[in-house]
Design a protein. Structure first.
Length: 169
């Protein structure tokens, strides 16, 4: 009861019988272990892997490190993904063939499938990772035109669509 009275001012909202039961378990050395931490969802782990390690919260980085040590395949995958991210960030277009060869050597079927897909158009991949130009502007304009078209679908004719597109440019 003394322990229960000390816990009440600290915000404990349980009953005295619960405290008594726990004390009895402590005396018998039969305290159950704490519940295991929930396993993070695969999508969340994938986001942690693709995030720059310097931008991860320290708790998240620790949890990812624990997951990586438990699974050697994931450790290898993280290394390959981060190497590819460095190639993209620093425009290192000469490195994809070596990266593809390294991925082929490991037993990672989905990453290997991605690497094989890169070989189908290696010239475009090399150009994309070497040149400072981007087709982002053109793709953005296509997306905008499709949005305007969808907004007017069934309500207007081609003349209005043409005016809306030309007035926004």
């Amino acid at each position: 009861m003394q322990l229960f009275r000390e816990l009440l001012p600290q915000g404990y909202r349980g009953s005295s019988s619960t405290v008594g039961l726990y004390v009895r378990l402590l005396k018998e050395d039969a305290v159950p272990p704490p519940p295991p931490r929930p396993v993070p969802r695969p999508r969340k782990v994938a986001r942690w892997i693709t995030t720059d390690p310097g931008h991860l919260h320290p708790d998240t980085a620790l949890e990812l490190k624990q997951i990586r040590t438990a699974c050697p395949e994931l450790q290898t995958t993280v290394n390959h993904v981060r190497t590819f991210a460095v190639m993209m960030k620093h425009l290192q277009g000469q490195r994809p063939p070596d990266w593809i060869a390294a991925v082929r050597d490991d037993d990672l079927p989905y990453l290997r499938q991605f690497a094989v897909g890169l070989t189908y158009d290696l010239d475009a991949v090399t150009a994309g990772l070497s040149l400072p130009w981007s087709s982002g502007q053109a793709e953005g304009q296509n997306t905008r035109v499709k949005l305007v078209k969808r907004q007017g679908y069934g309500r207007a004719n081609f003349d209005l669509l043409r005016k809306r597109i030309l007035l926004r440019t």
